[in-house]
Design a protein around this ligand. Structure first.
Ligand code: SAM
Length: 229
């Protein structure tokens, strides 16, 4: 991915974001820190919001959706424990920022979004950046992408009422699934790892995401009052 724009006036802000918001909160994995330093977050926010792109919070991206807080993007990426040779699925493309961070580390990223306009916008940014390992899909990500499975990592960037079974099924042996699970306005971040025919599960921290809407998620209409990560 082309991230060394000579006219990147946000380079210093991005460095500061990584140091103050991410390293300082305990993330030490070099590949994750490098990805967060490299991906130009300001390109993924609304044009009139670019100057706030490196602030310590989630931001609106239109259609009632958000780009997650930088620390949460780094934390969820770190939890997947990627080495670089993985095929990863992201559910909830949104702005495309998380997919770009994942694509900086993993071999191949498939990202699925239910709002066509968001996906089309993300495609334009990926084109501008010259990304070659991100594949965009439109549809209900609660069902995963059976044609592309298995995945060595799956990340869901919207809140599920329970873990979608299709996503567990589509995990490769040893692969990890990271997702927020819980109630409509408060959840916990969970990590599931497939170990043969079984799964290990751990809970990481409290979070608050916009809802995952679909067959194995919340019903249509649950997006109202979205003001979350
Ligand atoms: N990862 C995004 C980014 O980096 O900007 C942020 C994602 S935003 C917090 C959650 C996204 O999940 C929204 O764009 C929403 O439309 C999408 N979403 C919700 N339910 C979905 C589903 N069943 N399938 C695919 N996308 C879904």
């Amino acid at each position: 991915m082309l991230t060394d724009h000579q006219d990147d006036i946000y380079l210093e802000q991005r460095e500061r974001m990584v140091r103050d918001q991410i390293e300082r909160r305990g993330i030490r994995t070099q590949s994750v820190l490098e990805a967060m330093r490299a991906v130009p977050r300001h390109l993924f926010v609304l044009p009139d919001q670019q100057k706030f792109a490196y602030s310590d919070g989630a931001m609106r991206i239109g259609h009632g959706q958000t780009i997650s807080q930088p620390y949460i993007v780094a934390l969820m990426t770190d939890l997947l424990k990627l080495r670089g040779d993985e095929k990863v699925l992201e559910v909830g493309t949104g702005s495309g920022y998380q997919a770009a961070v994942l694509a900086h580390i993993a071999k191949e990223v498939h990202t699925i979004e239910r709002h066509v306009a968001l996906s089309e916008n993300a495609a334009l940014i990926f084109e501008e950046l010259g990304s070659e390992n991100i594949y965009l899909h439109i549809g209900d990500g609660t069902l995963g992408l059976p044609d592309q499975a298995p995945f060595q990592g799956i990340m869901v960037t919207a809140a599920a009422p329970k873990v979608p079974p299709a996503l567990l099924d589509q995990l490769d042996d040893g692969g990890k699934l990271v997702l927020p699970v819980g109630r409509r306005f408060s959840q916990v971040l969970e990590v599931w790892q497939r170990v043969g025919a079984k799964y290990k599960q751990e809970t990481v921290t409290a979070v608050a995401f916009v809802p995952l809407i679909g067959e194995e998620g919340w019903p249509e209409g649950a997006e109202d009052r979205s003001h979350l990560w």
